[in-house]
Design a protein around this ligand. Structure first.
Ligand SMILES: [Zn+2]
Length: 303
């Protein structure tokens, strides 16, 4: 009998080995171009911003230049804000939202804040519309010392010299229907654990840090996003994806314990955005606009 929730690779109850990883990798199809969508867009920003290739990710014969965009005339007397997108490559509005924010809004904050924007942390996964990297590792559970994920290690090296100087860090994500149909079952299969489904919320929400909650910051962002798209309601258990709501559209995760990207900067104000692109009530354009609204609200809050 087949288990409808079981992923098609591996044996229930047994963690994957090299053969299963190879099977998984063979199923990943390149569907779009990081060079066309991201590097070309970043190139167009070079006249107005400092652009740095901060690392190269290499998988077989594929090489990806990781790029960061900085404010011109960085002034350490000003608050600094870190913006990251594409930690999960399939979460498109985070990548496009980070790029849109820089193009349309970043210059207006010159002299108020320094901005460091990394629009696409995980390019291999961006091209395959995938959550994991080439090694079937989730970069957003891998922001820790001796990280097994090249993407996470590279971002930590970029941020390390500035740790303690950031006032805020906004990490741009999405929660998609494929989280329930593909990625959570894949995690369970990879790790040899049972798959426990939870509902996918219809609407935008934020994840604040359990160890450093900043409710006023989260609320300012929710108010800004509400003008662009709807906020996720509580589910039947009063929460979202298994976590209790602590405020309208806000849940908590332990950022550092879980090795999440939002824990890397040492900033006082951190948040992870979760846009829901599969909502019948939200267009792709609204999802990008919501990400932009978040970054603007966050920068306004600290700047
Ligand atoms: Zn994500």
């Amino acid at each position: 009998m087949s288990n409808p929730h079981f992923y098609p690779i591996g044996t229930p109850g047994q963690a994957w080995g090299a053969a299963e990883l190879a099977q998984w990798r063979a199923r990943q199809v390149r569907q779009r171009s990081y060079a066309d969508d991201v590097l070309t867009a970043v190139d167009l920003l070079r006249e107005r911003f400092d652009v740095e290739s901060y690392a190269e990710v290499v998988y077989g014969d594929e090489r990806f230049a990781l790029q960061a965009i900085r404010s011109r005339n960085w002034n350490s007397a000003l608050p600094s804000v870190l913006v990251t997108g594409g930690v999960h490559g399939y979460e498109t509005s985070g990548v496009l939202g980070a790029l849109r924010f820089v193009d349309a809004h970043a210059e207006s904050y010159a002299g108020r804040v320094n901005l460091l924007v990394v629009p696409c942390v995980s390019p291999w996964a961006y091209e395959r519309i995938q959550r994991w990297n080439f090694d079937a590792i989730d970069p957003n559970r891998s922001f820790r010392t001796d990280s097994p994920a090249q993407e996470s290690a590279a971002l930590m090296r970029l941020v390390e010299p500035l740790r303690g100087q950031f006032a805020a860090h906004i990490d741009l994500h999405e929660t998609t229907d494929t989280d329930g149909s593909e990625y959570l079952p894949a995690v369970a299969a990879r790790d040899g654990k049972p798959f426990e489904p939870h509902g996918i919320p219809d609407g935008f929400y934020l994840v604040d840090d359990t160890a450093n909650p900043q409710p006023a910051f989260q609320q300012a962002i929710i108010e800004a996003v509400e003008r662009v798209t709807h906020i996720a309601p509580a589910d039947a258990h009063g929460g979202i994806i298994g976590s209790p709501l602590v405020a309208h559209g806000v849940i908590h995760y332990a950022m550092k314990e879980l090795s999440l990207c939002a824990g890397i900067s040492g900033a006082r104000y951190t948040t992870t955005t979760e846009v829901y692109p599969d909502s019948p009530q939200a267009t792709p354009e609204q999802c990008i606009a919501a990400q932009v609204a978040v970054v603007c609200a966050a920068v306004e809050f600290v700047g």
